[in-house]
Design a protein. Structure first.
Length: 301
């Protein structure tokens, strides 16, 4: 097969591993900086042009769209869909997962466990917002934050009011969530491909740090999921329409609760922690599903 990986840098670990895994399985691979693509949007012969040449005859696309480039990145993925190329994750699914509020609302509709979450616009409603999630301590999250950036633990009611007022004063959209104390600063990353969890790890925050992100000094180790945790992760990815996803959940007193569903999950941490060839499993999934007749992805706007 001829596979394109949409990524800004070929040197990134996840991009490099996907390229290596594809080539090891005999495929032709091209890494494409999607920000340098431009599109000819026409009914009869839609095209994507890259470095002056049209991108043609690809069998499958693996999108690795950065969070800060979601709008343009999903436009490029959508153009491949218009050209009837198989995509590992659809443009609509990526957009759903990147909108944290929309993601939580979709998961709620599917009855999937979540931390109690509040959302408001006016600072005049802060008291009620805090009460909605059970008071302090609570977690305040920027909707646009990634890798733990823009996530604050407010341990007292007055601290929560100050942080919320500060964020809203900057016209930043925020979520307020209950603090799952029993998680102990740890979360679970479940890597879903197709409708199966292929690898899982526990991420533990650094001492004194409630965020478990590896980018913030957290550590990772392989872990065995319960059947409920495995089912919750698969249901969450499916609700987003994602075929490749990193689902982050916490172990709470009332069962597993979803923190985030990531459409471009990193491979480095989970491959190192588990020894699983995650890149190879993604490529195997594409081989199975990008066969002639299966390329078309129904684009739902």
């Amino acid at each position: 097969m001829k596979i394109a990986i949409l990524s800004q840098k070929e040197s990134l670990y996840s991009t490099r591993r996907l390229k290596e895994a594809s080539e090891e399985r005999g495929h032709t691979v091209k890494v494409i900086d999607y920000l340098r693509c431009y599109m000819n949007i026409t009914a009869h012969n839609p095209k994507i042009i890259y470095q002056g040449e049209p991108l043609e005859d690809f069998d499958a696309i693996i999108p690795r769209i950065g969070a800060s480039q979601t709008f343009y990145g999903t436009a490029v993925v959508r153009q491949f869909e218009v050209m009837e190329v198989f995509v590992a994750n659809s443009s609509q699914a990526i957009a759903r997962s990147r909108d944290k509020l929309r993601c939580l609302q979709i998961l709620t509709r599917q009855g999937i466990g979540l931390p109690v979450t509040g959302f408001a616009h006016s600072t005049k409603d802060i008291e009620g917002l805090i009460d909605t999630v059970g008071g302090a301590p609570l977690v305040i999250k920027l909707l646009e934050g990634t890798q733990g950036i823009g996530v604050v633990l407010a341990e007292t009611r007055s601290a929560a009011k100050s942080v919320i007022e500060a964020f809203r004063g900057l016209d930043a959209n925020i979520l307020v969530q209950e603090f799952i104390k029993e998680a102990g600063g740890a979360d679970l990353r479940c890597f879903v491909v197709g409708e199966k969890v292929i690898a899982s790890m526990q991420r533990q925050g650094a001492p004194g740090e409630f965020r478990s992100n590896i980018h913030r000094g957290g550590s990772a180790s392989a872990i065995k999921l319960t059947p409920e945790e495995r089912s919750t992760a698969v249901r969450a990815a499916k609700a987003m329409g994602l075929q490749v996803a990193g689902v982050d959940l916490l172990r709470s007193n009332h069962g597993p609760v979803i923190m985030e569903v990531n459409s471009s999950p990193g491979l480095e941490g989970i491959e190192a922690a588990t020894g699983v060839d995650v890149a190879g499993k993604i490529v195997a999934f594409i081989e199975k599903n990008a066969a002639p007749g299966n390329k078309r992805d129904r684009v739902q706007y």
